[in-house]
Design a protein around this ligand. Structure first.
Ligand SMILES: [Mg+2]
Length: 312
């Protein structure tokens, strides 16, 4: 089996969009002055879909949401020539080829997302070629069920957030993730607003259900150190990305400071980045996203995790 063609197409939502209102969700842009809506670069209204076809007619699908037009250019110009004519079963060789060929300007961000789109399509081909779901090729089933959590609860008015939590509690969810709306720029008032929202959700879901709290990199180290002790009484399962992804020493400091597990890794891209986060217990939870390649996930899972670190 050989790869015959690679086609990357950008799909773009052209319809109406509604920008987030008010303090919808803290994010990394909150810490710099900006006249534009701060979430604009974190929203995904376009998507690149990669179709890889083999000489025996199997089509594998991959996708990339980060900077889709740039990802397409990287795929077309740099990655496609590296995989054309190759055997998709040589997936490790192909991943290394792409990773090393782009090493001078790749390694993180959109390049890794582009590599991941090709990698996902290759794994899709492998699954289809043996008529098995891809998870069977990545080690197979290890448990009967996987817990999932309700992840939305953006900052709106408190009653609306409570109604939302109640709705999904009624549907049977037992784990909930909410977003903070306020960060360092909002001062003491913002601290109080953040605490009010957590209290309001706990009022609805109680303490027999899990609550995770997402900062989306919208805090800095000083603000996180101010907030975390105040959050301890609400017993969050974890606080996610309190500081920017590159502040790995900040993660380490916060994990020492509080009993609340600190989560990170959503904006990491490879085994090397995850290793840095897990070393020295910088993070107790690591998250991966659908754009993290199957190969990286496989490697991440095979990496020894020092207790009490964990990967999800
Ligand atoms: Mg997150």
């Amino acid at each position: 089996m050989k790869i015959k063609s690679v086609r990357a197409r950008v799909f773009e939502w052209k319809g109406k969009t509604v920008p987030p209102q008010g303090n919808f969700c803290s994010n990394a842009m909150d810490l710099v002055y900006s006249k534009t809506e701060s979430m604009s670069t974190f929203r995904f209204h376009s998507w690149t879909v990669v179709e890889i076809e083999t000489d025996d007619g199997i089509v594998g699908l991959g996708n990339v949401a980060l900077a889709p037009a740039i990802a397409k250019a990287i795929i077309d110009q740099y990655l496609t020539p590296l995989v054309l004519g190759q055997d998709p079963w040589d997936y490790e060789y192909l991943w290394q080829r792409m990773y090393r060929a782009t090493h001078a300007w790749g390694r993180k961000g959109v390049t890794m997302a582009a590599i991941s789109a090709i990698d996902l399509a290759i794994w899709d081909i492998l699954g289809k070629s043996v008529n098995k779901p891809v998870f069977k090729l990545l080690g197979g089933r290890t448990k009967e069920k996987i817990p999932c959590y309700y992840s939305k609860l953006y900052r709106t008015d408190l009653k609306a957030m409570q109604d939302e939590a109640q709705k999904y509690l009624d549907q049977g969810f037992t784990m909930f993730k909410s977003r903070f709306g306020y960060g360092p720029a909002h001062g003491t008032k913002g601290v109080a607003e953040n605490l009010k929202a957590v209290e309001a959700i706990r009022e609805v879901i109680g303490y027999d259900n899990d609550l995770m709290l997402e900062c989306y990199m919208g805090w800095n180290l000083e603000y996180a150190k101010r907030m975390l002790p105040k959050l301890e009484k609400f017993q969050p399962r974890w606080v996610e990305e309190p500081v920017i992804a590159d502040d790995i020493d900040g993660y380490a400091e916060l994990n020492q400071l509080t009993s609340i597990p600190i989560s990170g890794g959503e904006h990491e891209f490879s085994l090397y980045g995850f290793k840095q986060l897990l070393d020295k217990k910088r993070c107790r939870w690591c998250s991966t996203t659908p754009t993290a390649s199957a190969a990286s996930r496989r490697r991440t899972r095979s990496m020894p995790c020092a207790r009490p670190t964990a990967c999800r």
